[in-house]
Write a protein that binds this ligand. Sequence first.
Ligand code: ADP
Ligand code: 5GP
Length: 228
Amino acid sequence: MTSRRGGDAIARETTRRARGTVFVISAPSGAGKTTLCKRLLQELQGIDFSVSFTTRAPREGEREGVDYCFIDREEFERRRRKGEFVEWALVDGQMYGTSGAAVKEATARGHDILLDIDTQGAENIRRLIHDAVLVFVMPPSREALRERLTHRATDTPETVARRLSLARGEVEKSPLYDYVVINDELDVAYDQLRAIVVAARCRRERLMGRIKEIAASFGVGRGPGREG
Ligand code: ADP
Ligand code: 5GP
């Protein structure tokens, strides 16, 4: 069995000195995205959560600056006009935006950054950040999604019905994504999500700095090879 600690050592090693990767994760509401993201952020090092700005009111238990930065429409407009958002969208009547500065700062430090954003946001990030990795979390069926939304018990039956009808449009957008994680068994889905992040950290382009150093220690790039 591979230990978590061992996995994290690999994660740290592979992120040293390289620019971090932008991960986008989207899902129909209730598919389990929050559950999966929280676990990933707890268990993997070197990955930050992008705290979005939103005009919607905080839900019970949500913390300012941790789950979202809660601002009013006027403030949102002011920030949008100043170009502070790398992407923004109107979702279910409320504005949501991703801070461009936070994405830049994290990736420049060699940290990955996880953007929990909707399919409109994912489309925009795909155009703007070509090496972003897009992951779609899919429920195993519409019925399973309905059950999860009902059991979560944070929403009224009307909200559950609205979310179910919105889910269709979101599932339709899944071809835009690089990876799809079907969240049937939570542990299996989590391992898949984690594997996607670790694999992205092993991409050759991302490791160019280290590869050059290692190659140089073999004399690669210094003319014809000599054994010794
Ligand atoms: P989202 O962030 O996508 O809206 P949540 O993470 O809040 O979804 O999950 C919705 C509900 O489904 C929660 O009650 C959560 O505990 C439950 N859930 C998440 N993943 C699974 C799973 N694989 N099997 C059963 N229930 C799950
Ligand atoms: P909720 O209000 O339930 O937290 O989020 C509603 C939807 O908005 C979810 O699909 C979530 O991923 C998305 N969302 C959250 N932050 C952002 C953001 O900054 N940009 C975009 N485009 N969508 C966001």
